[in-house]
Design a protein around this ligand. Structure first.
Ligand code: ACM
Length: 534
């Protein structure tokens, strides 16, 4: 709803003509006083109730000092007017004296109010004018995520920190960090040092433009635990939860190359290496006690760093070939009375879930983890056919919708330059399709609808080799996904014709931040940046 309030009051500030604020994601309701004088919030004095101090600091950092306006962050415990906020909701009201109040139950709500206020009052010639009015807002979904794969290519701390800022500007609140792959293990584990000495390095990579050709160049890097802590600290201040992912039992080739005893070492021609090509690889962990002890050690070091309730264990694309030919894996199947290797994967995931639960965490994994049976407490990240969402819901599992069809931002954004640097893994996912995404499957019952925590975009990094390419693939599709995840405009009344001009105005905000987004004509915003790190 957008409406114009009657001219109720005048505020002491310069007059400016009314321009639509083009908020992204769109709030639940917004109403402005078209003829009222706008308030210049640059340098405003920000006061806050003590629980909202973090949001206040963020706002002060953005606004600077020395201005006239006053912004109050007020903690509420009951509805504001007749609007019931929730743990992330807020109300912004401009008062006759030119003061602005952001009311919220939590620091997260006040923070999102601050983000909206900054979109309302964009910096132009050293001033930020806000048209007075009232905005009421809260998110549709609790899980508004983006996944970055740091395994295929190492994205690096500076770009990860920058992405956190960009996610926060879109009220996204989950950063799913895919940290291990066949092609690289990217986190320091002190008890198992070869994971980074061996597993973070590969001898070659496929070349951009021809995945069947090798560049024969050594490649590798990893995050120290201090790096991880820095990322989590920044994310926490931006109300983003970092959900780490350690892949198992497949996509584990780099770990197995580091410690071959963790794999199915009793099969013929066993010779694990860090992978140098893309695609689903053959090496999987063995279902050994030694492997489960290793996994517990990894969790023991990472869990204190990541406060997230959820820990992602991957679980996708685990080939069953090695388990079929491993006498040991077959003996586990016999011992546990498992009828096939899918049930062996379920046994593996079940063991890992117990380890995680004992350490106070909830398991989340890709949708394959339900194939051989699954406990009700695991959360399913649905990426393949939507039938897997139905299966999970019928079984009562919580779900994060991450389907290839609408959320795989490693697919081409559309028109792009004829240049190998812009190569993608395959497929096309235009932003219009992202915007049309409805995360709740049509056949879900009202009870099943409650199981959908939200949705997230995926940035698999086979073809994302630096921060500039990451931004080119992420934006502006993240802007569309953020609105799908936050705004309460269900598919019926969400329409591209309304969004497109709002997005065009929003892109100016990304221009100011030099975001290397994909444009309609196929070019990135800042072409020269794509060369960075090649
Ligand atoms: C996936 O794309 N393999 C989750």
């Amino acid at each position: 709803m957008r409406s114009l309030l009657p001219l109720a009051f005048l505020v002491a500030a310069q007059l400016t003509s009314f321009a639509s604020p083009n908020l992204v994601p769109k709030p639940l309701s917004e109403a402005y006083i078209a003829d009222a004088a706008a308030i210049n919030i640059q340098g405003a004095t920000v006061t806050a109730d003590s629980d909202l101090a973090n949001a206040a600091n963020y706002l002060r950092g953005q606004l600077g000092q020395g201005g006239q306006a006053k912004i109050h962050l007020v903690k509420v415990t009951s509805p504001v007017g007749n609007f019931e906020t929730d743990s992330e909701g807020y109300v912004i009201e401009s008062t006759p004296g030119g003061d602005i109040t952001i009311s919220a139950r939590t620091d997260a709500g006040a923070f999102y109010g601050a983000i909206t206020l900054l979109q309302l009052g964009e910096l132009k010639n050293g001033q930020r004018f806000v048209v007075p009015g009232r905005i009421q807002d809260k998110p549709r979904f609790a899980w508004r995520g983006l996944m970055i794969d740091d395994g295929r290519h190492f994205i690096g701390k500076a770009e990860v920190l920058r992405m956190l800022d960009l996610l926060a500007l879109h009220k996204m609140n989950i950063f799913h960090w895919h940290l291990t792959e066949d092609q690289g293990w990217r986190v320091e584990i002190k008890k198992w040092p070869k994971l980074t000495e061996v597993g973070s390095k590969r001898t070659a990579s496929p070349v951009m433009g021809d995945r069947n050709k090798s560049d024969d160049k050594p490649y590798g890097d990893f995050y120290t635990q201090e790096d991880l802590k820095e990322v989590v600290a920044k994310a926490t201040s931006l109300h983003i939860t970092v959900v780490p992912e350690i892949e198992m039992p497949g996509h584990a080739g780099a770990a197995i190359a580091s410690y071959p005893q963790l794999g199915n070492s009793d099969i013929p021609k066993y010779d694990p290496k860090v992978a140098t090509s893309w695609g689903v690889k053959y090496y999987t962990y063995a279902p050994k006690e030694e492997t489960f002890a290793f996994i517990d050690d990894v969790f023991a070091e990472l869990i204190p760093i990541f406060p997230s309730t959820y820990f992602h264990i991957g679980g996708d694309e685990a080939p069953k070939t090695q388990w079929k030919s491993s006498p040991f894996a077959q003996s586990v199947m016999k011992r546990e009375k498992l009828k096939d290797e899918h049930e062996l994967q379920s046994y593996f995931v079940g063991r890992v879930e117990k380890i995680l639960n004992a350490r106070g965490k909830k398991l989340i994994g890709w949708d394959e983890i339900q194939e051989g049976g699954l406990s009700k407490s695991a959360t399913m990240m649905v990426w393949r056919d939507w039938k897997w969402a139905q299966l999970a819901a019928d079984h009562g599992n919580q779900i994060v919708m991450s389907p290839t069809s609408h959320t795989y931002f490693d697919h081409s954004p559309g028109t792009r330059p004829n240049d190998p640097r812009f190569d993608v893994i395959g497929g096309v996912l235009p932003i219009e399709k992202v915007y049309a995404f409805e995360p709740i499957p049509a056949k879900f019952t009202p009870e099943q609808q409650k199981l959908v925590l939200g949705c997230q975009g995926q940035l698999w990094s086979e073809y994302i080799y630096n921060g500039a390419k990451l931004e080119y693939m992420a934006f502006p599709r993240v802007c569309a996904l953020a609105e799908v995840a936050w705004s309460d405009n269900t598919k019926k009344d969400r329409n591209w014709q309304e969004f497109e001009p709002r997005l065009q105005a929003h892109l100016k905000r990304l221009d100011a931040l030099k975001v290397n987004y994909h444009r309609n004509d196929g070019t990135p915003a800042v072409t020269d940046k794509l060369g960075r790190g090649e």
